[in-house]
Design a protein around this ligand. Structure first.
Ligand SMILES: Nc1ncnc2c1ncn2[C@@H]1O[C@H](COP(=O)(O)OP(=O)(O)OP(=O)(O)O)[C@@H](O)[C@H]1O
Length: 358
C-alpha cells in the first residue's frame, strides 16, 4: 500500500505587525504529512516552528497577517475522501469540525493546557461530549482505556483527581490522553518533553511512538533538539528564519546533511562521547526578522557563505527524490565544500552505533 498524504502546506507566509515594523516570521514554507508518519520540524528558538503549526490549528495572534499559502487537509467524510484549505475556513468552523477533533495538539507545558479546576476525567471526556455527543458511560469507558493507552494505572481513581495531584510526567500523559480523546488523524506535538526530566522525556517519546504504531496517527513534532528528532522522526524539516532550509528523510539529514546550518545543529548535539563544555555552538544569534532586507538571513553566521548570499536568498536545490536544500553551495558553479571533519567522524560513529542496534 502506498503512502497516503493527509496534509499539504504550500507557500505559507506569515508576518506580524510590531512596533519595529513587519516581522516576516514564516517565508514560503511547504510541508507534506503522510498517514502514520512523523514529520519533525527542527530549528533554534524563533525560527518559526510554533507559528507554522499554530497556523495549521487556526490559532492566530491578533497582530498576525497571512500573506500567502494553502494548507490542504485531506480527510474522509461519509465514506468519501474530501479536502479543505484550512486557511479558508472560519475560526468557528475550525473549532467545530477540526481543531481537537481531527487535528489535536500537545503543548510544551502541561500546566498551561490543563484546567486546574476540572477533574482529569471531565477534561478527557469534554471533547467527546462536544464533538460526538458521546453518552456519559461510553465516554467514561473510553477515558479509562485512554489512561491505559498512555500508561496510567488506577484509572478509576485518576479520573476523579485534579492536575495538581499528579507529577509533571503524569500530567503530560494526561494532556496526550485529552489530545487523543476524539481519535484525531493528526497529532501536533510542540516540544512536549521540554518541561520534563530526561528519563520521563524518553518515556513520553516512546509512548507517542507506541500510540502511533497502534493508531496509525500522523505526528508533526516540533523541537530544537536533534537528539529527539533521531528518536521519533521519519522526515525532517530544518527551519531557519522562517524558511525550511533543508528537508529529507531522517537518514538524509543525519548521514548526508548538506546545509551548513544543519551541520551546526548536528555538531551542537550532545552525545555520549562529547563533554558538554566541548559542545559546538553555531556562532551569533538568529536574525531579527523585522530588519531583514535581502539575501540569505544565515549569511552573517555562515563561515561558508558566498558573495551571492548577501544579495539573494538561495532557491531550493534538489539533491535526491527525498532530499532538498536551500543553499547556494548546492549550485553547480559553487565551490565544493565538505562538512567539517569532526562532524564527519561524529556521523560515522553514529551510523556505526545505529547499525549495532539494527
Ligand atoms: N505575536 C507575535 N508578534 C510578533 N512576533 C511574533 C509573534 N509570535 C511570534 N513572533 C515571532 O515569529 C518568529 C517565529 O516564532 P516561533 O514562536 O514560531 O519560533 P519557534 O521556532 O517556535 O521558537 P521556540 O522554539 O522558542 O518556540 C519569532 O521571531 C517570533 O519573535
Amino acid at each position: 500500500m502506498g503512502r497516503k498524504k493527509i496534509l499539504e502546506m504550500r507557500d505559507l507566509s506569515v508576518s506580524f505587525r510590531t512596533s519595529q515594523g513587519s516581522v516576516e516570521a514564516i517565508r514560503g514554507v511547504n510541508l507534506d504529512l503522510y498517514k502514520g508518519e512523523t514529520l519533525a520540524i527542527v530549528g533554534e528558538s524563533g525560527s518559526g516552528k510554533s507559528v507554522t503549526v499554530k497556523t495549521i490549528m487556526g490559532i492566530l495572534a491578533n497582530n498576525q497577517k497571512l500573506n500567502s499559502g494553502v494548507i490542504d487537509y485531506k480527510y474522509e467524510q461519509n465514506g468519501q475522501m474530501t479536502s479543505i484549505d484550512l486557511l479558508k475556513i472560519s475560526k468557528k468552523e475550525m473549532r467545530r469540525k477540526f481543531n481537537g477533533k481531527r487535528i489535536a495538539m500537545v503543548f510544551q507545558d502541561p500546566m498551561t493546557s490543563l484546567n486546574p479546576t476540572m477533574t482529569i476525567g471531565d477534561q478527557i471526556m469534554e471533547g467527546m461530549f462536544i464533538h460526538y455527543k458521546t453518552p456519559k458511560n461510553e465516554a467514561r469507558q473510553k477515558a479509562l482505556s485512554l489512561l491505559e493507552l498512555v500508561g496510567i494505572n488506577n484509572g478509576e481513581e485518576r479520573l476523579g483527581q485534579y492536575p495538581h495531584q499528579l507529577s509533571g510526567g503524569m500530567r503530560q500523559r494526561i494532556v496526550i490522553a485529552i489530545a487523543l480523546a476524539c481519535d484525531p488523524e493528526i497529532l501536533i506535538c510542540d516540544e512536549p518533553t521540554t518541561a520534563l526530566d530526561v528519563t520521563i522525556q524518553a518515556k513520553i517519546l516512546e509512548l507517542i511512538k507506541a500510540i502511533q504504531e497502534k493508531t496509525g496517527i500522523a505526528v508533526i513534532y516540533i523541537t530544537h533538539d536533534l537528539g529527539v528528532v533521531a528518536k521519533v522522526a521519519d522526515y525532517v524539516n530544518v527551519m531557519y528564519a522562517g524558511r525550511i532550509i533543508e528537508r529529507g528523510t531522517v537518514d538524509d539529514i543525519f548521514y548526508d546533511p548538506k546545509h551548513p546550518y544543519t551541520w551546526g545543529l548536528l555538531s551542537a548535539m550532545p552525545d555520549v562521547n562529547t563533554k558538554s563544555d566541548k559542545l559546538y555552538a553555531i556562532p551569533g544569534n538568529p536574525p531579527n526578522l523585522a530588519h531583514h532586507k535581502q539575501g540569505d538571513p544565515f549569511y552573517v553566521r555562515n563561515e561558508y557563505a558566498l558573495n551571492i548570499d548577501k544579495r539573494i536568498d538561495p532557491p531550493v536545490f534538489q539533491v535526491s527524490d527525498t532530499h532538498y536544500v536551500a543553499s547556494w553551495l548546492m549550485h553547480n558553479n559553487a565551490p565544493k565544500i565538505e562538512m567539517p571533519p569532526e562532524l564527519q567522524e561524529r556521523l560515522e560513529r553514529m551510523k556505526l552505533e545505529a547499525s549495532q542496534y539494527d
